[in-house]
Design a binder for this molecule. Structure first.
Ligand code: F6R
Length: 607
């Protein structure tokens, strides 16, 4: 994964590099490093651990240079350590890399690299070795880059400075994202546009095969054939306040509070106010031509797909398959030419999802992506793209992006149902009316969820937590368990309530917390029976339901948490709030790093 940055400017760049790395820390935070050209040397610092450690080390010794590169790491090859931290440098060159080089052992055996003494366990250092070799042989700087990347198999986004070229940064990209930026005082490179928000006014999303040369006053891009190319630069379009915590203690807390806005803004795209209907017709997609839908994603985005299977099958009566992107292309799926493949991703950069998209495209299947980050790789590479309007999501644990994904998928299902005539126009209108209530209901759900802080205090010592639900509450149970384990580090498992007696009931022991998601409706009583089976074996039930369900279901229940009564169509969206809040409060109570949980990174750009 990792985040890379390169800045060349009229001003000192050290603070700007650190500022940009802060914005990239979501991509990895187990070590960090910086290399800056100074008058007679390259100044380099590398530290293990978070960026704050690098900042502290720079307080002891400042750098005054105006051209430099930086890196924040998520370890793939080689454990987190100062030695494995980037930049990887030689007397000729310093380099930061995001991606994975797959042919490292072949390259290390090349006669050209015989004399190079490797210092780290990383795959990236082999790139430094190659660049150094070509420079030593007298190749021009850009030719060193060209020759080197021609030997690499794998993915890379690179920012490179040469010891004898003080004012330039060279970049190259294949598979991993790289954005180039320009403003009045200089040019820059970064893993995403957010990182460049304080050093660029305009950005360009580079393409695979591009080589870029950044100088203070000019930025030139060359394609794989070495020809100079013109690429489009667009306004960066980020407001710094989008990426600050505001008055909240954590990004995750802020982002949970932004569920109403994320859902409201996302639905807004699909509401035809004149007709009072939900329609996605602006998206130039002839939905009538599709016989089947494949929904493909990872993690939380995958759980939004599992919920959407219920939406599409219920409202549009169209068959849906859901796949985890990491499994999809390796299981040789049977794909109908008339199928639509939908890829769901907050970041738009998840390597497995992107690889699944490439695979579907190679089979000639129509592709649509549902993405939060504008102009991200998946957004650009799919045939069509719909955006979730969740705004920047910085906390590693996804929250508001999940409810925004459900909002797009629900709107599509309603639209498709109306076209397929499995839903009448009146039913569409009714649901449209319900959808408009979502932001207010979410606000109320947030207020009520403050009480879960106390609940969290009493589960921090639990050995594990189970999450149960039926219908769309089952994938929501999976989402609850994922969120809980990723930030509390306590094992959690989501399960369909009705399946418990086929095995997992054996896990229930005295006082094991079991979170049951039980909205009213036809499955309510069946789920209450499953709850009683858990209680009979000593489990401690937290029942999440609404104001409208009978008190009679709640005998012997440890705690009942009630949400405002919500329409069926948007129920899962509203019920997401306590699910996210419980995980958040538990992690805070445990003193964990909520926004940057151990071993994880937000944008998973390696397969
Ligand atoms: C969990 C979480 C991850 C992501 C997954 C996919 O809280 O955030 O499971 O949902 O890595 O990421 P995107 O949506 O960026 O493709």
């Amino acid at each position: 994964m990792c985040g890379i940055i390169g800045i060349t400017s009229n001003e000192n760049v050290s603070a700007d590099i650190i500022g940009a790395l802060r914005k990239l820390e979501y991509r990895g935070y187990d070590s960090a490093g910086i290399a800056i050209h100074e008058s007679n040397k390259i100044f380099q610092r590398k530290v293990k651990g978070k960026l704050d450690n690098l900042v502290k080390s720079l307080e002891l010794e400042k750098s005054e240079g105006k051209t430099g590169i930086g890196h924040t790491r998520w370890a793939t090859h080689g454990k987190p350590s100062e030695r494995n931290a980037h930049p990887h440098s030689s007397p000729y060159v310093s380099l930061v890399h995001n991606g994975i080089i797959e042919n490292v052992s072949d390259l290390k055996n090349l006669a050209e690299l015989e004399e190079y003494s490797f210092e780290s366990e990383t795959d990236s250092e082999v790139i430094t070795a190659l660049l150094s070799h070509y420079r030593k042989e007298g190749y021009a700087h850009i030719d060193c880059v060209k020759e080197t990347i021609s030997k690499l198999v794998g993915s890379y986004a690179l920012a490179i400075i040469f010891s004898d070229q003080k004012e330039s940064i060279f970049g190259a990209k294949n598979g991993s994202p790289l954005v180039a930026g320009i403003n009045n005082s200089g040019t820059s490179l970064g893993s995403d546009s957010i990182a460049l928000s304080s050093v660029a006014e305009k950005v360009c999303y580079l393409e695979d095969g591009d080589i870029v040369v950044c100088n203070k006053n000019i930025l030139e891009i060359f394609n794989i054939a070495g020809e100079k190319v013109e690429r489009e630069f667009v306004d960066i379009g980020f407001d710094e306040t989008d990426i600050s915590k505001g008055n909240f203690q954590h990004f995750m807390e802020k982002e949970i509070h932004e569920h109403p806005q994320a859902v409201g803004e996302t639905f807004k795209q699909f509401i035809d106010h004149d007709k009072g209907l939900i329609t996605v017709s602006d998206f130039e997609l002839d939905f009538t031509s599709f016989s089947r839908i494949h929904l493909i994603a990872c993690g939380t985005a995958y759980y939004s797909c599992l919920v959407a299977k219920y939406y599409f099958e219920e409202y549009a009566r169209i068959p849906v398959d859901c796949d985890m992107a990491s499994e999809y292309r390796y299981r040789n799926p049977v794909l109908d030419k008339n199928a639509l493949c939908i890829f769901v991703s907050q970041s738009g950069e998840t390597a497995d999802t992107k690889a699944a998209l490439d695979y579907s495209k190679s089979l000639g299947i129509k592709t649509l992506s549902i993405v939060n980050v504008k102009n991200s790789s998946i957004a650009r590479e799919s045939d069509l793209c719909m955006y979730t309007k969740a705004g920047a999501e910085i906390g590693v644990a996804s929250t508001k992006a999940f409810t925004a994904q459900l909002s797009v998928l629900l709107s599509m299902a309603i639209h498709l149902g109306t076209i397929n005539k499995t839903l009448s126009e009146n039913q569409n209108k009714e649901i449209c009316h319900e959808i408009m209530k979502a932001p207010t209901l979410l606000e109320e759900a947030i207020k009520r969820s403050y009480s879960l802080k106390e609940t969290a205090q009493s589960i921090i010592n639990a050995k594990g937590v189970m999450y149960l639900g039926r219908g769309t509450s089952f994938p929501l149970a999976l989402e609850g368990a994922l969120k809980f384990k990723e930030i509390s580090y306590i094992h959690a498992e989501g399960y369909p309530a009705g399946e418990m007696k086929h095995g997992p009931l054996a896990l229930i022991e005295k006082d094991l917390p079991v979170v049951c998601i039980v909205p009213p409706g036809e499955l309510f009583h069946k789920t209450v029976s499953n709850i009683q089976e858990v209680i009979a074996r000593g489990g401690k039930i937290l029942m999440i339901t609404d104001d409208d369900t009978l008190q009679s279901g709640s005998e012997n229940i440890w705690q009942v948490f009630r949400l405002p009564k919500s329409p069926k169509s948007i129920e899962t969206i509203i019920y997401s709030v306590p699910i996210h809040m419980l995980a958040y409060y538990t992690a805070v109570e445990l003193g964990n790093d909520v926004d940057q949980p151990r071993n994880l990174a937000k944008s998973v750009t390696v397969e």
